[in-house]
Design a protein around this ligand. Structure first.
Ligand code: SAM
Length: 225
C-alpha cells in the first residue's frame, strides 16, 4: 500500500511518520508513505497555491491547477481508472469516515490524499479529480492534515504486518464483523491517588479464569464496525 499525501504543510507529517509504528512499517516495506508539497506543482516564482473566491467572500481557496498536476504526476496514466487506487479529498462535507470504510481502503494499493486549507478547495477538484470525499467528523478543522493522519493510521493498522497482532485483528473482523474494544488494565492492581482512596482493577481480570474474563470482556465490549 502506498499513501501519497498532497499538502501545503509537509512538515506537519515529518515527526509523526518518523517516530511511530508507521515508521517501522515503512522500514519493513509493508507500507510506503510519501508527502508531496503542493507548492512544488506550481509554475510561478511565488509558488502560489491559493486565490480569492469567485463571487466574493472571505478567505482564500486552494487552486485547481497545482492539485491537478500533483494528482496527475502520482497516477500511472496507463492505469486510469485503476480499481486499486483512489484519490481522496478531505472535507467536512464528505462521507463520514468509519471502520468499515477503513477496511475497504486497506485492500487497495494506492491512496492519494488531498489536504485542504484556508476556506477550502476549488470545487472542480471534488467534481473531476477525486474519487471520494471524506470527513472525519461533524466539525470544521483548519486543514486536511489531521484528517489525513487519522485516516492513514486507521487504514494502516489493518494492513498485515503493520502491527504485531494483525492476524488476531483479522480474526476479530471476520468473526464479529468489527473490532471488539473493551477496557484494559495493567499494573498496579491497586492505585491510591490519595489516602483512603483506592482505584482497583476488576477482580475477575486477576482471577486467571479465562472463561470468566472472556465473559467480562464481552459484557463491556463495544463493536466498532
Ligand atoms: N469550506 C470548506 C469545505 O466545505 O470543504 C472547509 C474548509 S476547512 C476550514 C479547511 C480544510 O480543512 C478543508 O478543505 C478540509 O480539507 C479540512 N477539513 C476541515 N474539517 C474537516 C473534517 N471534519 N473532515 C475532513 N477534512 C476537514
Amino acid at each position: 500500500m502506498k499513501f501519497d499525501i498532497i499538502t501545503i504543510f509537509p512538515e506537519i507529517f515529518d515527526f509523526y511518520f518518523k517516530h511511530s509504528i508507521l515508521k517501522k512499517a515503512q522500514e519493513k516495506g509493508v507500507i510506503k508513505i510519501k508527502v508531496h508539497n503542493l507548492r512544488d506543482f506550481t509554475e510561478d516564482k511565488h509558488k502560489k497555491v491559493d486565490d480569492k473566491p469567485f463571487g466574493g467572500g472571505r478567505g482564500m481557496i486552494l487552486k485547481l491547477e497545482p492539485i491537478f498536476k500533483a494528482v496527475s504526476s502520482l497516477r500511472n496514466p496507463k492505469q486510469i481508472p485503476n480499481p486499486k487506487s483512489r484519490v481522496i479529498l478531505f472535507t467536512p462535507r464528505g462521507k463520514k469516515f468509519n471502520q468499515k470504510m477503513a477496511s475497504q481502503f486497506a485492500k487497495l494499493e494506492q491512496l492519494i490524499l488531498i489536504c485542504g486549507r484556508y476556506e477550502g478547495i476549488d470545487e472542480r477538484v471534488a467534481k473531476y479529480l477525486c474519487d471520494e470525499q471524506i470527513s472525519i467528523g461533524d466539525y470544521v478543522l483548519m486543514g486536511g492534515e489531521l484528517p489525513a493522519l487519522v485516516f492513514i493510521e486507521t487504514v494502516a493498522r489493518l494492513i498485515k504486518g503493520v502491527i504485531g497482532k494483525s492476524e488476531l485483528l483479522e480474526e476479530r473482523i471476520t468473526k464479529e464483523k468489527g473490532f471488539r474494544e473493551y477496557p484494559q488494565y495493567t499494573r498496579p492492581e491497586v492505585f491510591e491517588p490519595k489516602k483512603g482512596v483506592q482505584w482497583k482493577v476488576p477482580k475477575v481480570l486477576l482471577s486467571g479464569n479465562h472463561k470468566k474474563i472472556e465473559e467480562w470482556r464481552k459484557k463491556h465490549s463495544k463493536i466498532i464496525e
